[in-house]
Design a protein around this ligand. Structure first.
Ligand SMILES: [Zn+2]
Length: 162
């Protein structure tokens, strides 16, 4: 599987690019021409971005360095994989704004997994409360998290916020 993209335009000038696939050695040939396809104000939707490896990370940062030049770039609905990658490597967002991301939750009672979509326009207390109140969609017990929400939110504070 290779990275693909699809551009959505709402008719009022807003452009959203839905990226789907891995960030690996196949990245640059796949999205290298994206810069010529969109305008100066773009939202990258990353909910279907998975399997990020080190070669891909380097290619991604190289791609963004050119792509973000003279352009307003927002990162929306970042997948959990992308979230973890950008926490370790802040240059994954090249100074663009992170709008929202998926946070992985699981139920240790019935093994159900769920993704919470969190919006960074909310303040930290509200986000923490949303995470803490998350309940299992199948048995209604409180959800558990592999990553400490406090640590994740602190790391995101160092990146661009809406
Ligand atoms: Zn459950």
């Amino acid at each position: 599987m290779k990275m693909t993209y699809q551009i959505e335009r709402d008719g009022q000038g807003a452009e959203r690019v839905m990226l789907s696939g891995p960030i690996d050695e196949s990245l640059l040939p796949q999205i290298g021409d994206l810069s010529n396809q969109v305008g100066k104000d773009v939202t990258l939707v990353l909910k279907d971005v998975t399997q990020i490896n080190s070669i891909g990370t380097r290619s991604w940062i190289e791609f963004l360095r050119v792509f973000c030049e003279g352009r307003t770039v927002r990162f929306s609905e970042c997948s959990f994989d992308f979230l973890m990658a950008m926490i370790i490597i802040p240059s994954m967002t090249a100074g663009g704004t992170v709008e929202s991301f998926y946070y992985l939750a699981y139920c240790s009672d019935c093994a159900t997994e769920d993704s919470l979509l969190l919006n960074l326009s909310e303040d930290r207390a509200a986000l923490l409360s949303t995470i803490e109140k998350a309940t299992c969609p199948s048995c209604n017990k409180p959800m558990d998290f592999d990553e400490d929400p406090d640590v994740v939110l602190s790391a995101l504070d160092n990146l661009g916020r809406t």
